[in-house]
Design a protein around this ligand. Structure first.
Ligand code: NAD
Ligand code: ZN
Length: 358
């Protein structure tokens, strides 16, 4: 098991990464000394939440479990209300805690509810997907979707503890598992050369879900994200580096009405960004080739997704990270280092995206 302490404006909090951590979870919760605990999960993760519930009961706390329907559609105002009503039924007061057991969907929704209930109660995050472990459980962004816009309604609310139990990953469906590697490669290419080397050397072990290797990889990703979040908790500047691959990625998701999954879309987006970077002489061809090779080795092949280039390009122009019409591309310079703030000519974007979809 590894333990990190992450800094945030609301104080440091522990992140535990390891296998079969229910006893550690109990200890962490005991230390928080809450007046009550309420577990939020989804319909697929309920068995895991039951185990968490047992551990909490051993800490001498009464707790209830509320399961939302699995899936992104639950990031809604309706489900937010259902979670808030649950916290009220559970009589969670200002000393209580919300425990989110699930992937990013549960984490974002329960985090938002925790930040609102009683003007904010503590949140313990128990991520059960690889994506949630490496990405959504860290950094304090919570949210639900608007009618048309993703994550439109949300808050910044840092957790009081994160317990990433690698054992949960065993039952994760293969597509969700593979998809998360897009974010893992993102950290490696944009920020961490030695993570990149580790991934290159161990892709077969990772595809087999080797838990000690996963523990190392999750640790490195959490450390990378924490470093950036500590500099820019509210996402006003340097945190934009974490958007690597997401400019063309989000555009592809929007242009295909989310038929292309987030991980696949981000992998596509990183391939596009690297090609643009090569064309602008910002990085060598070798950089793009090794990135693309690693994506393929981790189960994110480069088969072009079915999408209309015109729609993708229109969506790039609408990118929500754009300021005054300038799209904020993140450009790799070498493995382990990407930069923001390079002006990318529109004609080049059109050429690369059109070719990448051919
Ligand atoms: N807050 C942030 O900073 C941040 C960052 C990245 C993504 N996100 C959000 O995270 C969400 C995606 O997260 P996700 O990929 O974890 O999706 P998810 O939470 O919807 O989980 C994917 C599927 O796997 C199931 N599942 C979860 N854990 C499982 C397990 N251990 N075994 C079997 N099945 C399991 C879920 O029920 C669901 O059907 C998106 O809504 C995205 O916007 C947030
Ligand atoms: Zn992402």
């Amino acid at each position: 098991m590894v333990r990190l302490i992450l800094d945030s404006s609301s104080g440091g909090y522990p992140v535990l990464i390891g296998t079969n951590l229910n006893r550690n979870l109990r200890d962490v919760v005991t230390r928080l000394d809450p007046t009550g605990a309420a577990i939020v999960t989804d319909s697929n993760v309920r068995p895991w939440a039951l185990k968490v519930g047992k551990a909490i009961k051993r800490a001498g706390l009464k707790t209830g479990i509320h399961a939302i329907p699995a899936g992104e559609r639950s990031k809604s105002m309706t489900q937010l209300q259902s979670v808030l009503a649950f916290l009220e039924r559970q009589r969670i007061d200002r000393g209580g805690i919300v425990i989110a057991v699930g992937g990013g969907t549960v984490g974002d929704l329960a985090g938002l509810a925790a930040s609102m209930w009683q003007r904010g109660v503590r949140l313990v995050s128990v991520p059960t997907t690889l994506l949630a472990m490496v990405d959504s459980s860290i950094g304090g962004k919570t949210g639900v979707n608007g009618r048309r816009s993703k994550n439109a309604i949300g808050t910044f609310w840092q957790p009081s503890a994160v317990i990433s139990d690698i054992a949960a990953i065993e039952s994760l469906p293969e597509p969700a598992y593979r998809d998360a590697f897009a974010e893992v490669v993102k950290y490696a290419v944009a920020m961490d050369r030695s993570l990149f080397d580790l991934l290159q050397r161990n892709s077969p072990r990772l595809l087999e879900r080797d838990s000690s290797m996963l523990e190392r990889v999750v640790f490195r990703c959490v450390a990378a994200k924490a470093l950036i979040v500590a500099k820019d908790e509210r996402d006003r500047g340097p945190r934009a580096i974490l958007n690597y691959g997401h400019t063309a990625g989000h555009a592809l998701e929007a242009a295909t009405a989310f038929r292309v999954t987030h991980g696949r879309a981000v992998a596509f987006g990183m391939r596009v960004a690297a090609r643009i970077s090569v064309s602008m002489d910002l990085c060598s061809k070798r950089v793009a080739e090794s990135q693309d090779g690693l994506l393929t080795a981790l189960g994110l092949p480069d088969k072009p997704p079915h999408a209309d280039p015109k729609r993708v390009l229109a969506a790039v122009a609408l990118d929500k990270k754009a300021r005054r019409g300038k799209v904020a591309w993140v450009m790799p310079r070498r493995i382990g280092h990407a930069e923001i703030g390079h002006a990318v000519p529109g004609a080049l974007v059109r050429r690369v995206i059109t070719r990448s979809l051919a």
